[in-house]
Design a protein around this ligand. Structure first.
Ligand SMILES: *Cc1c(COP(=O)(O)O)cnc(C)c1O
Length: 429
């Protein structure tokens, strides 16, 4: 029996499903999860010593690749100074200043430890600041596993949702309206009916939790208009896209197409921690003044702004802020998507791919899906076969059709070429 299988069997005795986050269990693609022993640059090695080119990067945070020297040094130095104090530190100010300096819509941030916590707190802040209860989210977007956000669409338009998880009471999601991504008619109808009760609209601007689906510019523009007219807040969940698709996040990409565009609240995670548990939400001073200890919206965290995590995040942000970083990262990512597309074309397999900065997605389909139902209609069996074909050839893609991929600055043209060669092999078999 393989070492990975032995570890998986042992894990399943003491950890539900053998994993601490469900997608790691390979349920969507089948097979045995690889237990990772170490990683360096663009590579990970499993417990059997097998090397993989890593296109997950811890689901986004490892934008510099694993073990970047400047980040390692910052983390080692911080660890020697103490792991956690439960009291404020200068580094929290530095990280807040760094985020605010890069994202013009954000005047203040609160640091937390996970994207889930940041998303949940952003919703509470939006509700507290507006004095309203109802929220809109979109099918296929993930904002962490807070109760009110684990919800799927009801049967008709503008009806409130149903929990997608056991353990979430119907009453808890009764204020969450779930609409189709990129559907302008639905968002207009929802505002017409509920506009005065809506606290916020939360969106993944480039949805990475249904592979890779862009919110179309007219859709984002219309939500912005409707939020402004009705006094609702527009929440950009940039946990995945922040400092990943561009230095200023997805909001900077939309601001190019929609002059003056800004969301009201931004949510960050993943890259800002550089691989450590760290996330944040931020907005104007005027909205932030509702947050404790200034205002009545409660939010707290024992490990929030942790000194080792902030050192890791700050060192990471310093690297990505260097001139030309996203140009180079975006070029590598485009090279990968173009190579995969060419391999599929030569194999006669329908394939579409897209990318922005260091985030990419692809579907075995003739057209890029615009919403979740269209993602579900793409060829899942083909994806699963391709995933295993690539894994067997030493390329680690996200183990589910519903996840984006990530390229790091450590991926070289040779790594991309090796990946494309693997794809040609995987698609031929
Ligand atoms: C990953 C993710 C989250 C949740 O972050 P965690 O740190 O896993 O809790 C929230 N929103 C988006 C868009 C994400 O990609």
């Amino acid at each position: 029996m393989s070492t990975n299988q032995q570890l998986f069997d042992r894990a399943q005795r003491v950890i539900p499903g053998g994993v601490n986050s469900p997608v790691r269990a390979f349920r969507a693609v089948g097979g045995t999860p690889r237990f990772i022993a170490r990683a360096q640059g663009p590579y990970m090695w499993d417990a059997e010593g097998q090397r993989y080119i890593d296109y997950i990067g811890s689901w986004g945070p490892m934008i510099l690749g694993h073990g970047h020297p400047a980040v390692l040094e910052a983390v080692q130095k911080a660890a020697l100074e103490g792991f956690s104090y439960g009291a404020p530190t200068e580094r929290e100010i530095e990280l807040a200043e760094a985020i605010i300096g890069l994202v013009p819509s954000v005047e203040q941030v609160r640091l937390v430890s996970s994207g889930t916590e940041a998303g949940m707190s952003a919703i509470r802040l939006a509700r507290g600041a507006t004095g309203r209860n109802k929220i809109i989210k979109f099918e296929g977007c993930y904002h962490g596993h807070a109760d009110a956000l684990l919800v799927k669409a009801g049967s008709g338009l503008a009806t409130f949702g149903f929990p997608t998880s056991a353990g979430v009471p119907l009453e808890v999601v009764q204020h969450t309206l779930v609409l189709e991504y990129n559907n302008i008619a639905q968002i207009e109808a929802a505002f017409a009916e509920h506009g005065k009760d809506l606290a916020c609209v939360i969106i993944e601007p480039i949805a990475g939790n249904m592979n890779f689906v862009r919110a179309q510019v007219p859709f984002v523009r219309r939500i912005r208009e409707l939020c402004t007219i009705h006094g609702a807040l527009f929440v950009f969940d940039e946990v995945m896209t922040g400092f990943r698709v561009a230095l200023g996040g997805a909001q900077s990409v939309y601001a190019k197409a929609i002059p003056g565009f800004k969301p009201d609240i931004s949510v960050f995670g993943k890259v800002i921690g550089g691989g450590m548990p760290l996330a944040a939400f931020g907005t104007s001073r005027d909205i932030m003044k509702h947050l404790a200890p200034l205002g009545p919206v409660y939010q707290a965290g024992t490990l929030s702004g942790n000194p080792v995590a902030t050192a890791c995040g700050l060192a990471t942000l310093r690297e990505v802020a260097k001139p030309g970083f996203y140009e180079a990262l975006g070029a590598s990512t485009q090279l990968l998507v173009a190579g995969l597309s060419a391999a599929a074309r030569d194999a006669g397999v329908p394939f579409v791919g897209d990318s922005e900065g260091g985030m990419f997605g692809f579907f075995f389909s003739a057209d890029l899906p615009q919403h979740y139902a269209a993602v579900l209609a793409t060829d899942k069996d083909r994806f699963n076969r391709f995933f295993h074909g690539m894994l067997d050839r030493g390329v680690y893609l996200a183990p589910a059709l519903y996840e984006a991929g990530f390229v790091s600055a450590a991926h070289t043209a040779a790594d991309i070429a090796a990946t494309v060669a693997a794809a040609r092999g995987a698609l031929a078999s």
